[in-house]
Design a binder for this molecule. Sequence first.
Ligand SMILES: O=C[C@H](O)COP(=O)(O)O
Length: 247
Amino acid sequence: MGRKFVVGGNWKMNGDKKQISEIINTLKTGPLSPNTEVIVGVPAIYLEHVRTNLPQSIEVAAQNCYKVPKGAFTGEISPAMIKDIGVNWVILGHSERRQIFGETDELIAEKVAHALEAGLKVIACIGETLEEREGGKTEEVVFRQTKAIAGKIKDWSNVVIAYEPVWAIGTGKTATPQQAQEVHKALRQWFCTHVNADVGNSIRIQYGGSVTGANCKELAAQPDIDGFLVGGASLKPEFVNIVNAKQ
Ligand SMILES: O=C[C@H](O)COP(=O)(O)O
């Protein structure tokens, strides 16, 4: 059974009302391939606005959430709140959350588990730093990050993995299609061995890190790359080309 191509746009902490209406228009005009699932990751304050103004065929994601349903956690939002406004996805474990906000493997795994329990779908991000890659630790790191999540969840059907090498994020330094494919293949094998073959064969693994309209087709042609998580280029009209990379 084929894995549906899935492209996420992670706007990060960018956009204002004006720019967001331009992006909404671009997405509505497309045309976007019906063979690709499209998910836009929106700053929390604009989630409801974007959900209301985009067609239902385009999914919307929060960029973070907390690990419990409610309570005294000033500044946080819960999966239940995200669901309450009609948003079905959340991005968790992005390297910016890990590095800038100190989120650990353990916390991210707890967030993934709770988001799934609350009925959200999750894009779970993993990836190694440049130092780790140069130290030959890429697989060790991405397996460790994945294993933490595997320790807390059993059902992977609502999870997409985003492999985002930290050295490729926002740097213009994309992983080569071969470098990305190698890690994606190793991850799929990890799932086959440590979870089961069904999950290994069906889980979708996105690549993220300086994906553009110019490099997306070659990356999309790799057998274990099932989509992208796009940062900078998701704010630009070329996002449409990235969505349509695999036609
Ligand atoms: O979540 C998206 C990634 O951080 C990639 O960002 P980028 O496309 O700007 O390199």
